[in-house]
Structure formats: C-alpha cells, structure tokens
Design a protein around this ligand. Structure first.
Ligand SMILES: *Cc1c(COP(=O)(O)O)cnc(C)c1O
Length: 466
C-alpha cells in the first residue's frame, strides 16, 4: 500500500503495544480486537477525507480504542446529574426511589418470596392483594389493581369497559403527552371508539348528553397534563359527568395522569388533584402513574368500584401488562411511606426535592460557584441566579416553583460565545451533568443536586473544547 493509508499500523502491531495488554485483561481479547478494528476504520476514513497522517499514531489509536471500550462497558442507564430544572424528567427517569424501596427491590429480586402464595391457607394467592389493600386504605377506594404504567392502565381500562363501544371525551382533553402517547391513539388501540365532544376551549354538559346513546360504553375525563387552556374556557364538573354516567348505567373513567396521593398544598406546592378527590367527585375508575408525583417506580395504578376493577382484572390483557415482582415490592414500599404522612417529606425523595427551601438551594449555588469558576477559567463567567423548577411529567404545567442555580456564559461582553461546547463538556463528564440552555447561557438549576461532593469531585475532569 502507498500513500497516507499505508501509515496506519496493523491490528497486530497495536495489540503488541504496551498498554494493549491491560485493555485485553479488562475487556477480553475479542472485544479489544473488534474495537481496534473500528477505531482503525475511523482513522482510515479520516485519512481518506484528507486528514493529517501525523495524527494516526499508534498511541492515539490505542487511546481511542480504550475510550471506545470504556464507553461500551458503561451499563445503561447511566447515572446523570439532573440540573435541567425539571424534577420529574421523563427522559431522565422520573422519580428516584427512597432507600426503603430500593431495599425492597433487592429483597424481592434476591430471594424467593410469597408473591402469589397465601401463607395462611398454603394455597395460591393473589399477587396484588396486599398492595391493593394498602392502596385502598390510603385512597378510600373499594378496589385497586396495577399495571406496567399509566398508558397501560388507560389501555386496559378502556379495553375492559368500553370494547367496541363509544367513549365521549371533551375536545380540550385529547392530549399528546410526548413520546407518542396520544389519547386518541390509545383509545383506538384499546378498541374503543372516541367521540369528540364540545370544542377545544369549552365543553358543556349538554354536549355530553347529546353524544350519549345506545353504543356508549363509558364517559372519560383526561387530565390535560402538560398544557393549560386559559381565558374563555369551560369544562363540565365531575359530579355532573358522574351523574350523567350513572343515569345511563355506564362508568365514568378519570385518567388523572400524575395524581398526587396527598394534598400538595399542605407543603406549599400547587395543588394537584388526588385520586381520593376524583373518587369523591364521582369517578368510578381512576388511573394514575407510579413514577410521577407519587414518587414511586414506573407503574399504572387503577382504583375504583369493586365490580369494575374485578372486570378489569379478568381481562386477558391484564396478564400482558402486569407489574413484575421487583416493581411491586418498590411500589408497596413507597405506598407504605404514605401511611405515616408526618415523615413523608423526609423519606420520599420526590417530595423532599420539591419542597426543598430556596435558601438551601441558594446556599448550594454559592458553595459551588467559585469551584466551577476556578475550573472554567477567565473565559467564562459563573453567576448565581434565581430560576423556577418545573415539576415535570405533566404535573401542574406552568406552575413552576421558585428555585436557584447558576448561569454560565462567556466572560467577554464584546464577543458572544456559544455555550454549546460547554454543555457538551458537562455532558461528557464521568457522571454527565444535564443543564438547560437559555439564550447564550447554560443554566444549572440546583434543586435536584443531591450529591454536591460527587458533582464537585469530578469537575477536575472537565474539558471545554474549542
Ligand atoms: C403521564 C400521563 C399518562 C401516561 O402515563 P405513563 O405512566 O407515562 O404511562 C397518561 N395520561 C395522563 C393524563 C398523563 O399525564
């Protein structure tokens, strides 16, 4: 071979280098060989594109191979620091669990358990029973059941109660939640026929009355989660919908979405409707998520009338959507924390984070400011800022809560610097830091920064490229 490509070392030559041995010991010979081949092909492409042959040294190739292997060895999902300002960030895994729930998961995963076994009778038991009983005591519901997530809950409820039937829903509630969860699509897949009622901003009881006929299977209300209609608006009150459903002998289903299990206004947070309130206002079945404001694992919780829950549990789809034992253990553990509301704020991370006093977050910001400034040097300016955290996951849209953090931008007034490379540098840290861009500043909302020392300790690896 002639030309620049001939300057690339062979696989064997790199494997013989000192340093290759350590990689082989860590990752195994075949993984190292594969990654080396891939790295070499990247260099080959670079040279073919007119790259500098001098860069393709054996040492550089081996180092890149090592980085590729390190990256591949990372287990998914990789922990990050969520400084985005959205507490229950769907892309960052929503609620984090309390230590009790993590211990419960470990127990359920590492030992045989009486999962579906009745210890009194010695016969087969109902795997959900104890958790359902607990949720019923907490919510006052007659019965409860659980599935994989709230989307599954909506799917299962509609498929069980309104298969091949019509379901009127207000046009103002036909929402898309993101990640392609659209209410009309879920309804169609559930085999229910959506009947749109009213207009986007106003729906009257008479609209529902007109829509109801022989083919109606249920009335459905959907929490508008991630958006809010303001101004000239009207929605039908729950008790009116409930009465209309009852007089037509059909169930009234309420998809709450987030569904806090306690009144958040007690903690100075904006109120979010609870399943108890929804049931009290006449809902026959209420669905909500486990990993939103509840602060538990991903799950869909269904509470309501015993006859309807029994019907839902008999649906063959239930088996396909059921919770696994590890999640069930975490959910039960989190629910048990709600039995002692006095200590809930201290023990449930989601609530603790949401109610963290702004002064504490400001103190965090001032402790970190100089450390970040020192690492970034004089090209960047770090300043403390007041900001607002979003609760996220469709809870309380627009009702941010006061928070504090740091804003980082270019230090020179004359020259505007794009913060994109800064963002990328923080994302490339061993435990990536996820902030939020605002204009030409990178914003860190420090509300969710629970491990300040861990955050500070890795700052020395920060490399802001050109
Ligand atoms: C979030 C949400 C869902 C979907 O819940 P998942 O637990 O994410 O599946 C459904 N309906 C509403 C109103 C929601 O806010």
């Amino acid at each position: 071979m002639t030309g620049p490509l001939s300057q690339l070392p062979s696989v064997d030559a790199v494997l013989r280098m000192t340093g290759a041995e350590a990689l082989i010991a860590t990752y195994g010979r075949s993984a190292v060989t594969d990654s080396l081949r891939e790295t070499l092909s990247v260099y080959r492409q670079r040279l073919a594109d007119g790259g500098e042959p001098g860069e393709a040294t054996d040492t550089a190739i081996l180092a890149d191979t090592g980085r590729l292997l390190d990256r591949r060895a990372d287990l998914h999902p990789k922990p990050v620091f969520n400084l985005s300002g959205t507490v229950l960030h769907t892309n960052l895994g929503r609620a984090i669990l309390p230590p009790e729930a993590i211990a419960a998961m470990t127990r359920a995963a590492s030992r045989q358990t009486a999962l579906e076994f009745n210890l009194e009778t010695g016969k087969r038991g109902d795997r959900e029973r104890p958790v359902a009983d607990r949720l019923c005591r907490l919510t006052g519901a007659e019965a409860a059941t659980f599935v994989n997530n709230n989307a599954a809950a909506v799917l299962l409820v509609l498929n069980s109660l309104a298969l091949r039937k019509e379901v009127p829903v207000s046009r103002g509630e036909l929402i898309e939640i993101g990640g392609s969860f659209r209410m009309p699509d879920i309804m169609a897949r559930a085999g229910a026929k959506l009947v749109e009622v009213g207009t986007t901003n106003r729906t009257h009881l008479s609209d529902f009355e007109t829509a109801i006929g022989k083919r109606t299977g249920a009335i459905m209300k959907v929490h508008p989660s991630n958006y809010r209609i303001e101004g000239f608006t009207r929605a039908v009150a729950d008790p009116d919908l409930a009465a209309l459903a009852t007089s037509n002998s059909i169930p009234f289903i309420n998809d709450l979405g987030s569904g806090a299990l306690i009144d958040l206004s007690r903690y100075g947070l904006p109120a979010e409707e609870t399943p108890m309130q929804a049931l009290a206002k006449g809902a026959d079945v209420v669905t909500f998520s486990g990993d939103k404001l509840l602060g538990g694992p991903q799950a869909g919780l269904i509470v309501g009338r015993a006859d309807l829950i029994a019907k839902i549990k008999r649906n063959p789809l239930k088996r396909a959507l059921r919770l696994d034992k590890v999640t069930m253990a975490a959910l039960d553990s989190v629910l048990s924390l709600y039995e002692k509301p006095e200590t809930l704020r201290d023990r449930l991370p989601t609530l603790r984070i949401l109610t963290l006093p702004v002064a504490d977050i400001e103190a965090r910001a001032s402790r970190l400011l100089s450390r970040i400034q020192a690492v970034l040097g004089p090209d960047w300016r770090v300043e403390p800022i007041a900001c607002r955290s979003e609760i996220g996951s469709g809870a309380l849209p627009g009702d941010g809560i006061d928070s504090a953090g740091l804003a980082i931008g270019g230090a020179s007034k004359k020259k505007t610097v794009s913060p994109t490379r800064l963002t990328k540098a923080f994302r490339s840290l061993p435990c990536p830091v996820i902030g939020r861009l605002s204009g030409d500043q990178l914003i860190f909302d420090l509300r969710c920064l629970d491990d300040e020392d861990g955050f500070a300790a890795q700052l020395s690896s920060l490399r802001v490229g050109e």
